[in-house]
Design a binder for this molecule. Sequence first.
Ligand code: ADP
Length: 265
Amino acid sequence: MNSLLSLQDISYSYHSLKEETPALSNISFEVSEGEFLAIVGPSGCGKSTLLSIIAGLLTPEQGSLFYKGKSLACCGPENTVKIGYMLQHDHLFEWRTIYQNVILGLELNHTLNGENRNYVIKLLQDYELYSFKDKKPSELSGGMRQRAALIRTMAIHPNLLLLDEPFSALDSQTRLNVSADIAQIIRQTNMTAILITHDLAEAVTLADRVLVLSKRPACIKCEMPIHFDLDRHDPMMIRNTPEYQLYFNQLWEVLTNEQSVFQST
Ligand code: ADP
């Protein structure tokens, strides 16, 4: 597969008058087109910082980012790559209907034309929200709201989707189904996605590859491709397979043992 995004030796520290807080140390990895990458690591290790650098919200102190082989140093990713960002909270506006919420990005970009309206309608139909398009966000379940937030993100046709713990506000049962639903949508549309999560089970169930970060300042401890013969639409079926147990145990060992570094073959 072609490389979409490449990070080379990225380091970053936060500075205040009193101190320096190193957050990332020499991070290098690639993301292929259409790949679903999960990044896991202990709380506070630098996961969101890494995503902010990829989104162009922070500038790395050291290292380079390449998008389709071109350096992002001069213009920043925001000018070259269309990035969709999904956060822990859906940030749907209560005073707008679901339809008005999902077209918000298009309105702000001044790209709300007939073609994009039709695309949004199709996404609402495909993902079972069309009959709720005139409802307010508070009338929808947590899972439906996350699907609406995803449609709002997809409406702008992003080249890269960044997901920062998007399921952590959901209760555990809803989280299992919604995360599988959302991952299925991302796969069907062949979108490239990076998911940040502290939930190893979620990472193994959803992603094509998992990166494990060390504690702060984060470096990459392990990179593991994930493959299941089964379709991923049923998260419980995946979690009952021996492969799942194997992946989970190997990654858990790396995640919890500060000395451990696992080389996948
Ligand atoms: P994670 O997403 O893995 O929980 P973050 O990337 O949010 O971690 O933060 C990494 C580290 O950097 C944390 O120790 C956090 O306290 C610190 N940090 C984050 N933002 C700032 C900031 N604006 N100023 C100073 N330190 C920060």
